[in-house]
Design a protein around this ligand. Structure first.
Ligand SMILES: Cc1cc2nc3c(=O)[nH]c(=O)nc-3n(C[C@H](O)[C@H](O)[C@H](O)COP(=O)(O)O)c2cc1C
Length: 199
């Protein structure tokens, strides 16, 4: 399978980088083709210019490539920390520019608004791997775990990816080396279960 792996974290020594590396290694060991993008390392520009908003707009080469890869991937993996209950801005901007009408989704029919969204992505499975410093009970009761809805409903649900596995690794700031090793092992397990070895 061809899997698109997107990493959004500025620090190469971060846990997020280690998680993405574990995911990538597992995919490659299992015979998958990995399309890997470290958005910071690539200097991905997250600002959607006005000229790119219309459907069918002419896109710069790197954005067009991301759109093509996202549309054609058999599976997607997103790795990022929880920043203010949101993905880091570089990743929010990647969604703005890459999850486009015509390749990631389409509005059809009449519903009193833009129309009913229909997902166009080829992938039927995605994994979202997050890290945070908030205890699980507080995340749920005080903040409502916004990342759960952002990824499962607002982005992947709308773009047609129904099967989304999300794992939040917490609490990073007080974690031991042993815990972090176990999180990387768990990452490998989740990735191998979701995208099993090529036959
Ligand atoms: C700008 C910023 C915003 C953050 N917002 C939150 C937050 O809303 N909730 C939370 O639990 N942690 C928050 N954090 C902490 C990060 O989630 C945490 O540092 C990260 O998950 C640790 O992973 P890393 O070692 O890969 O950076 C924030 C950190 C930064 C830098």
């Amino acid at each position: 399978m061809r899997i698109l792996l997107i990493l959004a974290h500025p620090d190469p020594n971060s846990l997020n980088h280690a998680i993405a590396a574990a995911a990538r290694q597992t995919l490659e060991q299992n015979g998958h083709e990995v399309l890997f993008h470290d958005l910071h390392a690539e200097g991905f520009d997250p600002l959607l210019p006005a000229g790119e908003i219309p459907r069918g707009a002419t896109l710069p080469g790197d954005v067009a490539r991301h759109c093509e890869e996202a549309a054609q991937a058999d599976g997607l993996i997103i790795v990022h920390p929880n920043w203010w209950g949101m993905p880091p801005a570089i990743l929010a901007g990647w969604v703005d520019r890459v999850m486009r009408p015509g390749t990631a989704y389409e509005f059809v029919g009449e519903d009193g608004g833009e129309g009913v969204p229909v997902g166009l992505l080829k992938a039927d499975k995605a994994i979202v791997l997050n890290t945070s410093n908030t205890e699980a009970g507080r995340e749920e009761t005080v903040f409502g775990d916004p990342l759960e809805r952002i990824w499962k409903d607002c982005v992947f649900g709308l773009c047609g990816v129904a099967d989304v596995t999300r794992r939040m690794f917490r609490i990073v700031c007080t974690s031991t080396a042993q815990e972090r090793r176990e999180w990387l092992d768990e990452t490998a397990r989740i990735v191998a279960e979701t995208f099993p070895p090529e036959a």
